[in-house]
Design a protein around this ligand. Structure first.
Ligand code: V47
Ligand code: SF4
Length: 369
């Protein structure tokens, strides 16, 4: 082992992993500060293969961003607008249904629906949206509303988070996406998104959701002004909640895109840092079944390479994502199944189509998207 790891601190971490020991805060800091990306990747890959064998998951899905009008105006967000600002939009129910109906054409098993916190919408708009999509396309899983949106919905409905979630569940909501987590550090949140639900608030909404049976994802926005301890504390907070609820399906580190934001002076993340965040996620979150590379933000080529750095899921066809593209992402707006499958096979993995809850999909014929 001493020969394999030039960095003896990484050798100690590898020994811990081999003994089934959990990594702690100090281990996380050491990994974050290490430049030995090959060995960090090797360790993350070992864990990834223990958990997911050679499988690499993808999903046929569509994103609907129903409105970009948002009262929070986070400094890292290029997507949001004020109500009367140029470029603001709201999709009416007809447009939402027209977009949702494309699932019949492309074979999507999931609709991923998120938007800004509109200052005037009533709770009814959200219930109608979910209810109508669910009744017209009952076979499609609706993954909608970040924990931040759920807290906002509870506020406008004048109900508890629990009751709000129950109403959405009854209308047909299937699970929650992982957005809005950003970075939990109150100091950083104050600087980046002072109006947003706190990190503790985000975790509380997820706890409530998991306790009533919803599954969800978790994210972390990185590549802005975070330091090592902000990242590790974020991961440990997620791990603690997962110990309690076991409701998280996947962890998705989101690479910050600065263009058109109030932080546009910052550079885009590097491939090195991106791979380190994904591998760190795999190594610290021993109780998360999946680590997802969102290729839209990461770039297609790095997402493929990340399949050897702890990642077992490259999300999906993702038709029509707007949040990252508003901030200058140069990736396409969607990938075909054939492209996803090819990326996975070229990386030596076995492509497995999944649904939102990671049930394997067996199609006789692949739907061309
Ligand atoms: O919460 C906003 C992030 C998130 C920028 O659950 C930005 O499967 C980069 O959470 N650069 C929304 N990121 C997207 C999201 C997501 C995406 C894919 C899959 C899943 C999932 C969840 O996007 C926001 C925020 O953290 N974001 N602005 C930006 N300029
Ligand atoms: Fe609004 Fe979400 Fe953008 Fe923040 S990240 S301004 S909450 S849409």
């Amino acid at each position: 082992m001493e020969k394999l790891f030039a960095d003896s601190e990484l050798a100690d971490i590898f020994a811990k992993l081999q003994n089934g020991e959990r990594l702690n805060f100090d281990d996380g800091i050491k990994l974050y500060n290490s430049y030995d990306i090959n060995h960090i990747g090797f360790m993350a890959n070992t864990v990834r293969e223990q958990k997911n064998n050679n499988n690499a998951y993808y999903i046929i899905n569509r994103h609907i961003n129903y409105s970009n009008i948002c009262k929070n105006r986070c400094k890292f967000c290029a997507f949001s607008r004020d109500k009367d600002e140029d470029g603001s939009y709201v999709m009416d129910m007809e447009e939402i249904m027209q977009r949702a109906s494309l699932v019949l054409k492309d074979g999507s098993t999931e609709l991923h629906i998120v938007g800004g916190l509109h200052p005037d919408f009533k709770f009814d708009y959200y219930i109608k949206m979910i209810g109508e999509i669910h009744s017209r396309f009952p076979h499609v899983h609706i993954q909608a509303f970040t924990a931040v949106e759920i807290a906002h919905l509870a506020e406008i409905a004048g109900m508890s988070v629990h009751d709000t979630l129950m109403e959405l569940k009854n209308a047909g909501l299937g699970s929650l996406p992982g957005g809005g987590a950003e970075v939990f550090s109150p100091r950083l949140r104050e600087k980046l998104c002072p109006e947003k639900l706190s990190g503790e608030g985000w975790l509380n909404v997820m706890r409530e959701a998991h306790n009533i049976g919803f599954k969800s994802n978790a994210t972390m926005l990185y590549g802005h002004i975070e330091a090592a301890e902000d990242v590790i504390n974020h991961l440990l907070a997620l791990r603690n909640l997962q110990d309690e609820t076991n409701g998280f399906l996947s962890f998705i580190p989101l690479a910050f895109h600065p263009k058109n934001t109030e932080l546009s002076e910052l550079s885009r993340t590097t491939g090195f840092y991106d791979l380190k965040m994904l591998a760190l996620g795999r190594l610290m979150l021993d109780n998360f079944p999946h680590i997802k590379a969102f290729w839209i933000m990461l770039g297609i080529k790095l997402a493929q390479v990340s399949l050897s750095f702890g990642v077992d899921d490259i999300d999906g066809t993702v038709s029509e994502e707007k949040i990252t593209h508003s901030a200058g992402a140069d990736t396409p707006e969607s990938l075909s199944v054939a492209e996803l499958v090819n990326l996975i096979k070229e990386a030596g993995r076995v492509p497995v189509e999944r649904d939102t809850l990671y049930e394997t999909q067996n199609r006789n014929s692949t739907v061309a998207v």
